[in-house]
Design a protein around this ligand. Structure first.
Ligand code: GUN
Ligand code: ZN
Length: 434
């Protein structure tokens, strides 16, 4: 008899494939009266309650959620922990925004007590919003990552993070050196990578703030350790792109800088990619790299509209990211609401099932973790959410007019936010209850 076995009964929905590849109907499974069985932190069965119940012992502990939808936990493929205190900073586009708001805010992480405090707030905010896995930028200070992983470990969360590497074009109080960034990253990798459900990401901030020496050492770390992640920013803002051309005149373009330093690969995630060209998308796809689509940030910082259809044409892995604090919400539901509008402005559509895919299985595939998270297949980690159909009076009234799960899902993504997330479970443990 296993140590802990629990079952959850509700409507249950998860993505099983990319709608762009298999069509919408084959991309998901929906159980109107479903049952999810969890054994020792992992999903052991999923199906219709009527079919599964007779196979289970009569005394099994079942939690029944009415007027609610169980989905996999959300996956945020791009977010900045040390920007929690500066969400919604007024008036600037990327480069001025970094200098005016971001760098001063991140400098506070020189203090470990501050890092501890913000890590706690940040993780609570992720869980309140139903995000069970995130790919996280720390600050340049190693303690930002230590504080984050210490807090994540306590809750047995599956999280990925890295210390920013940044040795030029930033204030002195916030820069490391090529060598110190290498050594500090290495120490963090040794301490955290592969410990429980934690993973490390080598994190050069973006090409303008790293010397060629630092980018070389970032690439070296990736060859020294198996399964490391790499995260950075790319082609977010037109002035940024011009600046990269000036700094690296010998390279063909922005992506080619990262390519030259061997930073592309199956565990590499590039945030934004708003202004990528066809050739760059093709190269990203060829190397198995992924893009994090960050709609609230791209609107807020006036960066532009991400071309998802072009990424799909190249079969490029795409996840969704909040990019807090350039992004304005921790909620992936709100982020999908904005993603829909990005497509509308380009004369395209974002079906609710593609949105679900982006926030769950698509994110998991971008992170090469689809055997563990992003869906509710037996054998996966029991990271899941309960979304409340009655979270607000308007949501409740609106959902009563919905005729099918496609409509229900779309309305949840349009009207939903942190209030919609009634419970968040990670590794089978209740880690947030509204
Ligand atoms: N490019 C380099 N650093 C950053 C950052 O902190 N946020 C965003 N949105 N873009 C960046
Ligand atoms: Zn970012």
């Amino acid at each position: 008899m296993p140590l802990t076995r629990k079952a959850y009964r509700a409507a249950i929905l998860h993505s099983i494939a990319d709608p762009a590849e298999v069509g919408i109907e084959a991309s998901y499974e929906y159980f109107e009266d479903g049952l999810l069985v969890v054994d020792n932190g992992q999903i052991s069965a999923l199906g219709h309650a009527s079919e599964l119940l007779p196979t289970l012992p009569a005394d099994i502990d079942i939690t029944h959620y009415q007027d609610a939808l169980i989905t996999p936990g959300f996956i945020d493929t791009h977010i900045h922990l040390p920007q929690t205190g500066m969400v919604g900073a007024y008036g600037e586009q990327l480069l001025d925004w970094l200098n005016t708001y971001t760098f001063p805010c991140e400098s506070q992480f020189a203090d470990k007590a501050h890092a501890d405090e913000v890590a706690d707030i940040f993780i609570k905010e992720l869980l309140r919003n139903g995000t069970t896995t995130a790919l996280v930028f720390g600050s340049v200070h190693p303690q930002s990552v230590n504080s984050f992983f210490e807090a994540a470990q306590e809750l047995d969360l599956r999280m990925i993070a890295g210390k920013v590497m940044m040795d030029r074009n930033a204030p002195d109080y916030l820069t490391d050196t090529a060598e110190s960034s290498y050594l500090e990253s290495k120490a963090l990798i040794e301490r955290w990578h592969g410990k429980g459900r934690l993973h490390y990401a080598v994190t050069p901030r973006f090409a303008p703030t790293s010397t060629p020496e630092q980018l070389t050492l970032a690439g070296q770390l990736l060859t020294e350790y198996p399964d490391l992640y790499m995260q950075t920013h790319i082609s977010e803002n037109l002035k940024e792109i011009e600046w990269v051309k000036e700094l690296f005149p010998e390279r063909k373009g922005y992506l080619d800088v990262y390519d030259h330093y061997q930073l592309l690969g199956e565990r590499s995630v590039f945030a934004h990619g708003v202004h990528l060209c066809d050739d760059e998308c093709a190269r990203l796809a060829q190397t198995g790299s992924a893009i994090s689509f960050c709609p609230t940030s791209n609107f807020f910082l006036g960066s532009g509209l991400f071309n998802l259809p072009m990424a799909e044409k190249h079969k490029l892995n795409v996840g969704i990211g909040t990019d807090v604090g350039g992004g304005t919400s921790f909620s992936l539901l709100q982020t999908l609401n904005e993603a829909y509008k990005v497509m509308q402005l380009q004369g395209a559509r974002l079906s609710p099932f593609k949105s679900l895919y982006l926030a769950t299985l698509g994110g998991a595939r971008a992170l090469r973790l689809e055997d563990k998270i992003g869906n509710l297949q037996p054998g996966s980690d029991a990271d899941f959410l309960v979304l409340d159909y009655n979270a607000t009076p308007l949501l409740s009234y609106r959902l009563k007019q919905a005729n099918n799960i496609a409509e229900t899902l779309f309305v949840l993504m349009t009207l939903g936010d942190d209030r919609t997330v009634q419970q968040t479970y990670a590794a089978g443990n209740l880690v947030h209850q509204r």
